[in-house]
Design a protein around this ligand. Sequence first.
Ligand code: Q46
Ligand code: ZN
Ligand code: ZN
Length: 308
Amino acid sequence: MTKTRKCKYCDQNAIIRLAYANLSLCKKHFIEFYEKRIKKMIEKYKIKGEVMVAVSGGKDSMALLHALNKISNEAGIDVIAYHIDLGIGKYSEESKKIVLEFAKRIGVLLIVSDIKNDLGFTIPEIIKYSNKPPCAVCGIVKRWLINRVAYDLGIKYVATGHNIDDVSTMYLKALLTQDIYSLSRGQYEHMDPMPEIKMVGRIRPQFYLSERENRLYTILNDIPVVDIECPLGKRAVIHKYKVAWDTLLRINPVGQINLTKTMIKITKNLRETERELRQCSRCGFPTESDRLCAFCRLVSRFKSWKKE
Ligand code: Q46
Ligand code: ZN
Ligand code: ZN
């Protein structure tokens, strides 16, 4: 017979056990715990004013939009949602529909970019002209566009839905594949704006929250989530590494958090790994490269191939 656990803060039955925090929580106290974590992060970095939340329609970003909007008055922030129609068939159509409905329901201003209209190509079209994996190409395009839109609107911070599963898996994969470049770039919870190189500040309020917590938060708050998987992401190698955590977290429930914190400490202490950012000679947005940023390289490759 399995013993029903009680919530740590009241006499209700717990609906979740968070082994990493040694906490069992009922619905009410889990929602409170979750929103408090998001609020603390906003306060820790003294974020005020407009925050643009990049929303894909997936559980992480939808939970983030809901939570940030709920705490916005208390935290002194104004939430604006931003969605990109990537042109990936049914997946993009469904995502846009869900994000539009949800933003309307919670009364948040939503900005939508259609990359076919805005940039002249869809993700399935541009990946054909690149030798990078689809998600890497998609990531370059999304990062560039999110930054440009926020910068043009004069917004100081963009919030994205990266969680501890994403962050710790990126570290794990980089360590196991000797990917020194990714290790030295590191993962960040917060990055200050750098207006001199047209870079908007970035925050990841769910940096230490897990997919499981984000999923539960969407269920408990009746938040819709796109139920179609992106057809281009199915083969992404990162998913294979993620599975390793199922075993590792059973041995050490704080393993993901500890690996992430350790790597952040190590990379912070390596002065030579500090990133030097400058402006791209074509678009003027930030890049580590001497000339063209990754986005402009991608676009020029696309254009030259199309001419041939
Ligand atoms: S949309 Fe783009 Fe994701 Fe599809 S291609 Fe990969 S990154 S999986 S969130
Ligand atoms: Zn409780
Ligand atoms: Zn550029």
